[in-house]
Design a protein around this ligand. Structure first.
Ligand SMILES: [Zn+2]
Length: 153
């Protein structure tokens, strides 16, 4: 293991601990340099979250300040993915699935106001190192495959 000072795409330097063979570390460094640092990424995500919250009149989340900030970012990520999938469904003329997706999204966004629900159900690709896949992510993936999710049948 070694520590590396990495200059991210936002211009910030951050120290990261990297493991594994040398060539692999070099690849990882190049990959990490192409992304903003975690602080800028979080700020960017919270900005997107704020505009989604205003636009969609989303309910405030409940929990500690730290939990709420984290959960707002996760909810925002989930919304962005659902918007992307909705676009694909309408493109493929899957009107029935699109309608179900929008219904499901409204239900989740209205009912799931506990920050802990979003944090417990986060998925690996959003925050590396976590392995919990929330059902709400699985449902989105099924919509993306063009099938009515099992959970909604
Ligand atoms: Zn930065």
């Amino acid at each position: 293991m070694a520590q590396y000072e990495i200059t991210h795409s936002c211009g910030c330097n951050q120290t990261h601990k990297l493991f594994g063979p040398h060539a692999e570390r070099e690849r990882k460094i190049a990959w990490m340099e192409s992304f903003p640092c975690s602080t800028c990424e979080r700020a960017r995500r919270l900005e997107i979250a704020s505009s989604q919250e205003a636009e969609m009149s989303l309910p405030a989340l409940t929990g500690s300040d730290k939990q709420i900030a984290w959960a707002r970012a996760l909810r925002s990520e989930w919304i962005s993915e659902s918007v992307w999938i909705a676009d694909r469904l309408s493109h493929r003329e899957k009107a029935d699935l699109l309608e179900k997706l929008l219904e499901y999204r409204t239900q989740v966004l209205t009912e799931k106001v506990a920050a802990g629900w979003w944090i417990d159900g986060r998925r690996e690709s959003v925050y590396p190192g976590t392995t919990i896949f929330g059902d709400h992510w699985t449902v989105l993936e099924e919509f993306d495959r063009g099938v009515l999710p099992k959970a909604l049948k």
